[in-house]
Structures are given as structure tokens and as C-alpha cells.
Design a protein around this ligand. Structure first.
Ligand code: SF4
Ligand code: SF4
Length: 478
């Protein structure tokens, strides 16, 4: 094995300088909105009556229910989650094909929390130069208090992050009260501590390493890029040859890049975009802000580094070589975008149809297999079924069982308790299970060996009625 091969480069600490500009403001806005959604949503209350929790968004694992405002999903409707995840993934592919790594630069949790942690670091320890100086300085009172305060604030944010995640799975005010009284279950406590630790490590230490080495999405999203995808690029034709420039002197023979490295020192990934598009670039646009600021001060047009498409950069290079005029353009409507829109439309339509046609009451019927039928002493044939009635409403419901497809002698509920098929009661938001015995007279049963029958559950409100097809077996009854 050669000693020259480097399998993993040791992390070099990056000290991004703060920057002002359009894309930085956009990042603050995205961060504010996303964090507000994440932290505040579990606190929204939603009145669902006495039989259901009053938290607007809640994934109630013990009760096996998921609540989203007015929507309540049962375990058998888990396909809605699958549909949403597929829709989200295709939506992300669609956005990536148009706008490049906009998710990575503005909305990915790793980016948002790292940005927040860097903002805290910046606030306590000062900007890039001050932080570098502090790290290099020997141990002092100033160093200890600044570092300690930074870590206290990081842990506080991480704790809120871990806590907020668990609030989506249990009633938030109840858990909050348990937390402040140090009376949390070991399950909730271990989740909070685990997520606190992972937030602290990922946003405080791992930072850009997560994007470079751990994130699978960073690896395969280039497959969604084409020449019309927006990327961050350096206008080489305009910028080169780069070099220092004295204000007021001619630009003749000089490119517009003054090699000030401002675009490099603001980069949270520590890369130099002038070397071309790199896999590490998360398209956050901060180098654009930094360079635009430099261009303003040099009284040159903005956009030496900018969001543009590969096609436009190529057109510009060709125009530069040939002297031919060129026109920048952005083509949104391309086969790839149509394909993504078509897939999203189909998935949305299927989900909408499934959602609109879901009923408040569902039933399932299992015919007893062993034995398939029983011949009674008077020659009648009896089949037994297990009926499960899912009452998704928040009211107790009563059903009347009706059979079509055979003329039974009796229909009754097995077991003690005197439950009548005319009054099958199922409590709100629960599942009722009934053993139903269907007895058919010999002559009726003997008409055929297998009768296709339908069991109907009639309810006071027609929208709460349900039915299910099954069979009545009388093979060998002759
Ligand atoms: S900020 Fe602009 S001018 Fe300065 S080094 Fe980067 S590209 Fe060149
Ligand atoms: S090169 Fe520019 S856009 Fe890319 S990560 Fe660095 S600062 Fe952000």
C-alpha cells in the first residue's frame, strides 16, 4: 500500500467571514422561517373533541395514529406517508434540476443549524479574524469565557432542537412540564439527549464534513444537473487574468478579479469557486454577495461570480473567443422538467383521489378457515366470521349488520354479552371486533357449494356505512 494515497483528509477548521448581501438576507429569511416552523408547530393546538389529542401535528406511536390538523391517519393508511415521501423526493429532484443545490444552500437542516451555530460563534467570539486570533492565543480569561459561553449556547440550541423533535411524538405541553420537573420517561429522555448530542456534533464540529463525506444526496444530485441548471460560477472570461488593481488606473490587460479572496474567506465550505464548480459547493450564494460587494467598491458591474447556467457560461466563452455577440437565456421548460412535473402530477392525483375517497368507517371480514363450515344437528349450515370495524370518527357509533347473497335462518354475535347484530357498538376512534355466526337452512345452503355474499353495516349516517364481500361455504352440505 502506497504511503502517498490519502484516504481521508484531516478536517481543517474553516472560519467563514460574515457577509452582507441579497443571498445572505435570503438565507437569514429561510433560516428564520424554517426554525420557526420546526420549533413552534408542536405547540399549535387543535380541538378534536374528547377522544383525540389536541395537538395539531402529532405522531402518536402508542395509539398508532398520525394527526395533521384536520387529518387523522391510521396505520393502514401509511401509504400516504410513502406517497408524501416519494412526492417530496421527486419535488426535490425537480427543484434541483432547475435551481441546482438550492436545498443544500438554504433549507437543509445541516446548513440551517451550522449557519445558526456559526452566527452564535460570530456573536460571542467576533468575526473571522477575531476567531482565528482567539484560537491561536494562549489560555486566558477572555478565551475561557468566550469559548464556554459559545458552547453553553450551542448546547442550549441543541437541547431545544432535540426537545422539539420529541414534541412531535408526544403532547408538547405535557412533555415540557415533565422536562422542567426532571420527570421524563427514559425513552423520551434518551431521544432528547441523542438528538441534542447529534445536533451539537454535526453543527458545532462536523459542519462541512457532513456535506462532503456523509450526505448521499450531495453525491447523486449531479445526475439531475444539465446545462440549463442554475449553478454558482465564476466568469472566467471576465475575471482573468486576475491580479491586484489600483483604483483609478486602467483595466486594460486586467481581468476584473482583483484576487482579494473575499469569495474564499466567506465560503462555509472553504472552497475557491474560481477553480470551477466543485462537488463541495452547496450553492449558498455567499461568495456572490462577497464578490458583488467588491465589484461595487471597484465601480464595476456585479456578477463576476453569480448564479447562471453552464450553457450561458459556454456561450460567453465562445463569444469571447470569436468576438460574436451572444444572448444569455434560461430554459426552464425542458424534457427533464416536464418529466418531473408529470410524475408529481400523477402522484398528487393518486394521493388526492385516495384521500378524498377514504371513508370514516372501514370494515374487514375474515372467514373462519378451520372449520370452513359446521353442520348443525338439524342439518343447517353455519359459517363464522371475524369482523373488524374501524371507527375513525370522534363519535361512538352503532351499526346494524345485514346480509345479502343468501337467506340466513339466523345471524348472531358469538360469545357472551348479549350483543345484537342490530346494535353493534364501536367506540369513537377505535376498532370493534365481533365474531359473527351465520346460519343458513339446509335447502338454502345446498343451492351451491360457495355463495358470494355481502355483509353490510348500516349506520344512522349513510357516510358511516360500510360493506364487505365474502363467501358462505356449504361444500358437502348435500
Ligand atoms: S471576491 Fe471577486 S474579485 Fe475578489 S477574489 Fe473573489 S472573484 Fe476575485
Ligand atoms: S463556493 Fe460560494 S456558493 Fe459554493 S459553498 Fe462556497 S460560498 Fe457557497
Amino acid at each position: 500500500m502506497s504511503d502517498d494515497i490519502v484516504y481521508f483528509e484531516k478536517q481543517k477548521k474553516i472560519y467563514p467571514r460574515s457577509v452582507k448581501g441579497r443571498y445572505r438576507r435570503l438565507k437569514w429569511l429561510a433560516m428564520g422561517v424554517l426554525l420557526a416552523i420546526y420549533y413552534l408547530v408542536p405547540w399549535i393546538r387543535w380541538d378534536r373533541g374528547p377522544h383525540a389529542p389536541s395537538q395539531a401535528v402529532l405522531i402518536d406511536m402508542p395509539a398508532r395514529r398520525a394527526y395533521f390538523f384536520n387529518i387523522e391517519l391510521w396505520p393502514q393508511e401509511v401509504y400516504f406517508f410513502a406517497g408524501l415521501m416519494v412526492l417530496g423526493a421527486v419535488g426535490l429532484f425537480f427543484v434541483t434540476s432547475l435551481l441546482g443545490r438550492v436545498w443544500c444552500g438554504y433549507a437543509c437542516p445541516q446548513t440551517v443549524w451550522t449557519d445558526l451555530f456559526v452566527a452564535v460563534e460570530n456573536w460571542v467570539q467576533g468575526d473571522r479574524n477575531a476567531r482565528m486570533k482567539l484560537d491561536k492565543s494562549p489560555l486566558s480569561f477572555e478565551k475561557v469565557w468566550k469559548k464556554t459561553l459559545t458552547h453553553i449556547l450551542w448546547v442550549a440550541i441543541a437541547l431545544c432542537t432535540g426537545g422539539a423533535w420529541v414534541f412531535y411524538f408526544v403532547d408538547a405541553p405535557t412533555l415540557f412540564e415533565q422536562i422542567i420537573h426532571f420527570d421524563v420517561s427514559w425513552m423520551a429522555g434518551s431521544w432528547i439527549l441523542g438528538l441534542t448530542a447529534s445536533t451539537y456534533i454535526m453543527a458545532g464540529y462536523a459542519r462541512e464534513q457532513v456535506c462532503t463525506y456523509m450526505c448521499p444526496y450531495a453525491r447523486f444530485q449531479s445526475a439531475m444537473f444539465d446545462k440549463d441548471t442554475l449553478i454558482i460560477g465564476y466568469d472566467r472570461e471576465r475575471g482573468e487574468p486576475r491580479g491586484k488593481h489600483k483604483q483609478g488606473t486602467s483595466w486594460e490587460g486586467h481581468g476584473h478579479c482583483i484576487d482579494c479572496t473575499q469569495c474564499v474567506i466567506v465560503c462555509p465550505m472553504g472552497i475557491d469557486i474560481r477553480n470551477g464548480l466543485q462537488m463541495d459547493c452547496i450553492a449558498c450564494g455567499l461568495c456572490v454577495d462577497a464578490c458583488n460587494d467588491v465589484m461595487d467598491r471597484m465601480e464595476l458591474p456585479q456578477g463576476l461570480i453569480r448564479y447562471d447556467t453552464q450553457r450561458n457560461y459556454e456561450k460567453r466563452t465562445l463569444a469571447h473567443k470569436t468576438g460574436m455577440p451572444h444572448k444569455d437565456s434560461i430554459d426552464i421548460w425542458r424534457p427533464r422538467t416536464f418529466y418531473y412535473i408529470a410524475v408529481m402530477t400523477v402522484i398528487s392525483a393518486i394521493m388526492l383521489f385516495a384521500f378524498l375517497s377514504r371513508s370514516a368507517v372501514e370494515m374487514s371480514v375474515i372467514h373462519d378457515r378451520n372449520p370452513l363450515y359446521v353442520r348443525l344437528s338439524n342439518g343447517d349450515i353455519r359459517n363464522t366470521y371475524t369482523i373488524k370495524v374501524i371507527n375513525k370518527t370522534h363519535d361512538d357509533l352503532s351499526f346494524r349488520l345485514r346480509v345479502e347473497g343468501i337467506a340466513p335462518r339466523t345471524v348472531s354475535v358469538a360469545g357472551p354479552g348479549g350483543v345484537s347484530v342490530d346494535d353493534l357498538q364501536v367506540l369513537a376512534d377505535s376498532v370493534g371486533t365481533f365474531r359473527i355466526m351465520l346460519v343458513a337452512p339446509t335447502a338454502e345452503a345446498a343451492r351451491r357449494q360457495r355463495h358470494e355474499i355481502t355483509l353490510y353495516l348500516d349506520a344512522e349516517k349513510e357516510s358511516n356505512a360500510a360493506d364487505m364481500e365474502t363467501v358462505f361455504i356449504s361444500a358437502g352440505a348435500m
